[in-house]
Design a protein around this ligand. Structure first.
Ligand SMILES: Cc1ncc(COP(=O)(O)O)c(C=O)c1O
Length: 402
């Protein structure tokens, strides 16, 4: 029997469900709105070769493991490699069983949020912060509050003031989320001295820190700073990182490290088994041989791309009062026009005109930042970064914001 009358779910949806149409991403001619690493540095054949080498050398093991669902914590070999990488790159001591691999670090963040957040709990973040985490915090009904930042990231004194003010209002913050290295969206890196101050403050107010180290491998200038987790192994730090920006988001591989008790709580929200085993073989094999070489390939590319965007800005925004942050790594620079210049309202027109960006309010817990935007310098070519900045300045003038 074929029934043509449309079945309706109108009275059947769960209370918690929301309309969430699958997002189709439109790309502007000069696409500064994306969050991708440099496409030309994706090691496609490196990954394929690594996978093939694994199948050739350990075929029986691969066949057996592929026939099972992956370990709940994810591939033992990739966890072992990640443990060594964390020691070498971040001076973090954690054994492979203390690492949970996830489908991108987005899943890691979601599991940890659910383990420590009740509806209404106050969670602090940087004043402007990665929109994906902001969305997840809101989904789990956290009361998200931004703490003031400058070009070096969170200002510790202001953090303590914010905690005191909220506590006096009866909204004592429960925990802090931060991206201390090559921050998304501002590109800042938090100096070690501030990290130590923030740890002291967090201990004083019994507030855990979720450290999101997503951009740790993407550094082309300046010095990497010690991670919160390396400075403090008391358990107060939840550490999250990803293979998305180091290799490719399409692999969907991230991870977290937390205290054993918290890890168990977080795992209670996990559905099914660990992440894709095939991707894990490819990542492990590729990085074991080629991590350093890969970094040496893509970081100079990022440096050149960042420099061309900076040059485009210097040549075409001079004398306008606009500023562009100067990142030492990551994928993003943060554009700020003088107060009152609303580049959020004209985003669609500027997109039609050829330049895509993500406007400030996408990153602001309080919805401010209408005169700000995140520009991704990692995706387009150096030439397009320069030309796109020239066109952006032209479009801002045309729309009367500059
Ligand atoms: C700071 C930060 N954390 C986490 C993520 C999530 O990345 P993934 O789930 O691909 O690991 C992103 C992606 O842009 C990010 O910028």
């Amino acid at each position: 029997m074929t029934t043509t009358q449309k079945f309706t779910y109108d009275d059947l949806y769960s209370e918690r469900s929301e309309d969430a149409p699958a997002r189709t991403v439109a790309h502007a001619k000069y696409d500064f709105a994306v969050a991708y690493p440099a496409p030309e540095s994706l090691p496609m054949y490196g990954l394929i070769d690594a996978l093939k080498a694994k199948v050739d050398s350990d075929g029986e093991q691969v066949a057996r493991e592929m026939a099972y669902y992956p370990h709940a914590l994810g591939s033992p070999e990739l966890r072992e490699f990640t443990s060594e990488k964390l020691k070498a790159d971040r001076n973090i001591d954690v054994d492979p069983d203390g690492i949970v691999l996830t489908a991108g670090s987005g899943e890691a963040i979601a599991l940890l949020i659910q383990a420590i957040t009740n509806p209404g709990d106050v969670v602090l973040t940087e004043q402007y912060v990665y929109g994906g985490t902001l969305t997840q915090l809101r989904k789990f009904q956290a009361d998200v509050v931004g703490t003031p930042i400058d070009e070096q990231g969170i200002i510790p004194e202001e953090l303590e003031e914010t905690i005191k003010r909220l506590t006096a209002e009866g909204r004592k913050p429960k925990w802090l989320y931060t991206i201390p290295e090559n921050q998304n969206p501002t590109g800042s890196t938090l100096p070690e001295s501030r990290r130590r101050q923030i740890l002291d403050i967090c201990h004083k107010y019994s507030m855990p820190i979720m450290e999101d180290d997503c951009y740790i491998d993407l550094r082309f200038d300046g010095e990497v700073q010690p991670s919160f987790r390396a400075l403090d192994d008391s358990g107060i730090v939840m550490y999250v990182a990803s293979y998305s920006k180091l290799i490719a988001p399409g692999l969907r591989m991230g991870y977290f490290v937390a205290s054993p008790e918290l890890t168990q709580r977080a795992l209670s929200f996990k559905h099914g088994s660990g992440p894709n085993q095939f991707a894990a073989y490819a990542i492990t094999g590729f990085l074991k041989e080629g991590l350093q070489k890969h970094r040496e390939t893509f970081n100079p590319i990022l440096k050149e791309k960042s420099a061309s965007m900076q040059k485009g800005f210097a040549d075409h925004f001079a004398g306008t009062g606009a500023t562009l942050s100067v990142p030492q790594g990551g994928c993003y620079a943060w554009l700020t026009l003088p107060e009152g210049a609303d580049i959020t309202a004209i985003r669609d027109e500027v997109f039609e005109g050829g330049v895509g960006y993500l406007a400030g309010p996408n990153f602001a817990p309080d919805g401010t930042g209408q005169n700000m935007a995140r520009l991704c310098f990692a995706f387009e070519t150096p030439e397009k970064n320069y030309d796109g900045m020239a066109l952006l300045a032209q479009l801002f003038r045309k729309h009367g914001v500059m």
